[in-house]
Design a protein around this ligand. Structure first.
Ligand SMILES: C[S@@+](CC[C@H](N)C(=O)[O-])C[C@H]1O[C@@H](n2cnc3c(N)ncnc32)[C@H](O)[C@@H]1O
Length: 283
């Protein structure tokens, strides 16, 4: 029996077995696997499913909010490729492969698009093969690295081989900065990530808020923290301040389902979405 099966992994896994020595820490919940379980994925373990059940008991609209976030990511990728002409993407905090993945959306618009995915969770590394299905004209690559060390991301061989920093890049931080509690730390990371990028580069970000459902999110964030996963909710003003030095693009910081909504997003209740989303341009 494989390590994954022993740990209670469900069948249907799309990735290779973990490399020997890779510590998946199947004894503690991980944000990537909790998110995967709530979105209906199979790449998670009993400890993640138990944590997810407990968190959702306190935060009943979390699944709706997570789906709204994932759909925001897909609309964002479509808009950046089709309307803004972006062809290079640096997606940090990628998560487990969940169709449609970012490269699938942007390469449908422009097959030559190049995407570097970055995550620090070993389970994402195990399943990264499902992200490396680029069109022949484009390229996808995966880097196992931490958002809190942006210089390592920028200096990586994978970045050098995938992205041309003399041309605009879209950096996406989707549902990841809410795992970093200190606003100054997040702003510093963003400043360092955007500094070497060409004018016209874009920062796309989504992050948790309690503005739309203060009591539910307060209790839900406490349940997340009790499971061992640090999570913070930010106000609209705090999220806007994360874009300091960049030009926010209309409609600015909005609940994720209000960003370029399609019919399904338009029908979603504001009180059920606890994520802000926005994009901004580097001058
Ligand atoms: C909630 S999932 C979001 C996945 C995807 N971006 C989305 O929105 O659908 C958060 C992801 O961020 C990753 N993550 C959390 N902290 C990170 C860090 N410091 N560096 C890199 N990745 C991180 C987790 O491993 C997880 O895969």
């Amino acid at each position: 029996m494989s390590e994954l099966a022993r740990a209670g992994h469900q069948p249907g896994s799309t990735g290779p077995d973990p490399s020997p020595g890779l510590d998946l820490r199947t004894d503690v919940p991980h944000s990537a696997r909790v998110y995967d379980h709530i979105l209906g994925g199979k790449e998670n373990f009993p400890v993640d499913r138990a944590a997810a059940a407990e968190i959702v008991r306190h935060w009943p609209n979390l699944p709706t909010s997570m789906r709204a976030n994932r759909q925001f990511m897909a609309r964002l990728a479509q808009v950046l490729a089709a309307e803004y002409g972006l062809r290079q993407f640096l997606d940090i905090g990628t998560g487990l492969p969940t169709p449609p993945n970012l490269h699938e959306v942007v390469q449908r618009v422009a097959p030559e698009s190049r995407i570097l995915y970055v995550d620090n969770d070993p389970i994402v590394l195990v399943h990264a093969r499902a992200l490396l299905t680029s069109t022949p004209a484009g390229r996808t690559a995966y880097l196992d690295a931490d958002l809190t060390d942006p210089d390592a991301v920028l200096a990586s061989e994978q970045l050098r081989d995938t992205l041309d920093l003399s041309r605009p890049v879209a950096v996406s931080l989707i549902a990841v900065v809410h795992f970093i509690g200190d606003d100054d730390v997040v702003r510093d990371i963003i400043t360092r990530l955007m500094r070497p990028l060409a004018p016209g580069s874009i920062l796309a970000l989504s992050t948790c808020t309690a503005d739309s459902a203060p009591e539910e999110v307060r209790v839900g964030v406490a349940a997340y923290n009790a499971s061992g996963i640090p999570l913070v909710a930010r106000t609209k003003a705090q999220v806007e301040a994360l874009f300091d030095g960049l030009d926010l693009i209309d409609p600015g910081v909005v609940l994720a389902h209000h960003w370029h909504p399609d019919a399904a997003a338009s029908a979603t209740d504001d009180a059920h979405v606890h994520m802000y989303g926005a994009i901004a341009r580097k001058r």
